[in-house]
Design a protein around this ligand. Sequence first.
Ligand code: PLP
Length: 444
Amino acid sequence: MQSTKRDTASWQAADKAHFIHPFTDGASLHKEGTRIITGGEGVWIRDNDDNVLLDGMAGLWCVNAGYGQPKLIEAASEQLKSLAYYNAFFHTAVPSSIELAELLAEVSPAQFKRVYYSNSGSEGNDTVIRLVRHYWDLVGKPERKTLIARNFAYHGSTIGGASLSGMPWMHAQGDLPIPGIVHIEQPHYEALGSGLTREQFGLKAASWLEEKIIEVGPENVAAFIAEPVQGAGGVVVPPSSYWPEIQRICRKYDILLVSDEVICGFGRTGNWWGCQTFGYEPDLMTFAKGVTSGYVPLGGVMVSDRVADVVENGGIFNHGYTYSGHPVACAVGVANVKLLIQEKIVDYVREDAGPYLAEKLATLNDHPLVGYTDGIGLMWAIQIVKDKSTNALFDYDKQVNAICREFARKNGLIIRAIVNDRMIIAPPLVISRAEIDRVVEITR
Ligand code: PLP
């Protein structure tokens, strides 16, 4: 049953009175009025006044299978009817959580056969912090506590996730990061690579990890965590030399490598996992979003044999969530992963939709406001510039971006404005060529 029908002004008044929105300036939200979204089909969403918009952001980079997929809806409904909840603590499990674990192992690199469930990416990364420290305790190296992450990374907004994140405005609120988390620069060629080729810069950016390891002391470092492609930090695609060198450095110092696949996982870069696109083998992978295409909350950590063998034989890991392995979330996860497999959606991103979007976005390069485009698969950034010859940014990046975003929305397209004057496009993976044409047309 749907919520009661009301006119938009009535929803907005109730929203203003009772609802505090995440990552939102309340004053400007309520001046504009909250947009009330009531429906979705494929790549399209509908608001309370029946305006239809093309969702070029797949919600928050999560609705990989598109809206309204009957198989996902049926899976949720069937599971709710048979067993809405049971826990995975204390020697019990439900079939959907086991079946999803089995499927996740099937679509993951060979070192991953086991999963630890959470409800979100933030909780997944909190789990990572505790899991890597627990692992090092169990193997007799308890001093290995420090996690190295990157500036402008986004790993979530719990205290752990926000600490791993490298957003200064998040650290400024709540006295973060927590002790034992340090950051290095991101591999952002256009911003930091002056005088170097892309590949030279990739090696240089990886060397910042080695410098940080030496500064902290290799014997104190537990793990390095990063997104294959930084998402909320601006869709910064690293040079191809970067990740293999990062892996070499982690192996040299015996440091666990954690790939935060919350955005990149489940096909967004054209493979099941971003680490496959960039050619590295992590010890842990965080996931969320695309595992259920956002239909219900679910996240987790894929745990490699190296770590899982130790933790499974190390007594109780005193960690978990009431909803770890939630039956309904896992049933939707099963239906979603099966759909991605059966419909060959990951191949479609790699071989068709991704290259087609890249080709179409390249046609924007002659636009006076476009510096360049950066991306892979179905995650792309358009760099908005004030001066094309120098790639200089506008002075008031948030305002400029807000203008671009609002202009797109008024013309029927949701795209997102992000740090450093970048407009982001990350549509559902099922987007058709004709819909990609529409995205690029409105963007221009
Ligand atoms: N990690 C990455 C790479 C993300 O992009 C996000 C969310 O956008 C998170 C973690 C946090 O996930 P959640 O919002 O589900 O807690």
